[in-house]
Design a protein around this ligand. Sequence first.
Ligand SMILES: NC(=O)c1ccc[n+]([C@@H]2O[C@H](COP(=O)([O-])OP(=O)(O)OC[C@H]3O[C@@H](n4cnc5c(N)ncnc54)[C@H](O)[C@@H]3O)[C@@H](O)[C@H]2O)c1
Length: 313
Amino acid sequence: MRILITGGAGCLGSNLVERYLDQGHKVLVIDNFATGNREVVPDGIDGLTVMEGTVADETLVGRAFGGFRPTHVIHSAAAYKDPDNWDEDTATNVAGTVNLIEAAKRHDVARFVNFQTALCYGPPVEVPIPVTHPCWPVTSYGISKLAGEQYVALSGLPFVSLRLASVIGPRLAIGAIPTFYSRLKAGKPCFCTSAMRDFLDIEDFHSLMEAVMADGSATGVYNAGPGVGHSIKDVFDAVAAYLDVKLDTAVEMRPVGDDDISEVVLDASATEAVFGWKAHVSFEQSVEKMLRWYDAHGVSAIFSHLKPPAPAD
Ligand SMILES: NC(=O)c1ccc[n+]([C@@H]2O[C@H](COP(=O)([O-])OP(=O)(O)OC[C@H]3O[C@@H](n4cnc5c(N)ncnc54)[C@H](O)[C@@H]3O)[C@@H](O)[C@H]2O)c1
């Protein structure tokens, strides 16, 4: 395959880049390094080409497709790091996605895989959330990602859009796990919310991607998660236990922020039925692997699409 991976310097993108290069495929990365690291896609790697720039630049996207002639596109680039920067979110997540779709149509790609956030559902009325649940996102990230996904679905391309649970894997730089790891190691105070999340291990993500990228496999929109909820407090307890940190007083609890969703747990039964896939790695195993990875490599940066919630009254 000749695979164009947008956001290939980010967490999911870079894990896929490594995997596809190992399998002997050719990879082109487009990344503006907004939240990704240049060092994880260095020059001089056989089979890998990197273009620095934004997917919102139609000319750059056109050049990328013209020069590389991808057979497959994995659209992993997304803007989310500043919840108030709606211009950047719409430029990357909507206009950028449209640029990629138009180029992919001109080049007749065999498959267009889009990564979607489970926050596209907004506050759920049913948990675990089925893929047929209505979408009413409440953040700029969720709104713009939903628009991007809807353009993908409208495009007529052979597409798959995976609505992902919180993936745990090398270079994870968003959310509670790197936050608690760095703060507890530095002896800094932490706070938790009661928000529940569904956590998907990177190995389970890879096995789903293998099924999704296979020739002739199904198209459409699918949930991807084990469907098991764990609270942010569970994450805190797991990290504190791993680091052997014992607090004198209980960790501060804060109400779930207005821009956050209190329960994101996905019903992936349709995905399991269509792709013959199921998540196998437990939350405990996955968090421990992640923390061992941080021990070896450190936490590079931490990003969030949320504003910090206010302290409890
Ligand atoms: N990791 C998860 O748990 C998770 C969950 C749900 C959805 N997703 C989706 O998966 C995708 C990858 O997420 P991630 O966790 O790897 O995030 P990430 O921040 O690590 O990776 C995103 C990459 O996109 C790049 N990027 C941002 N704007 C760009 C632009 N305009 N042009 C080119 N590159 C740009 C960033 O520099 C970064 O390298 C995103 O689409 C995200 O919405 C991830």
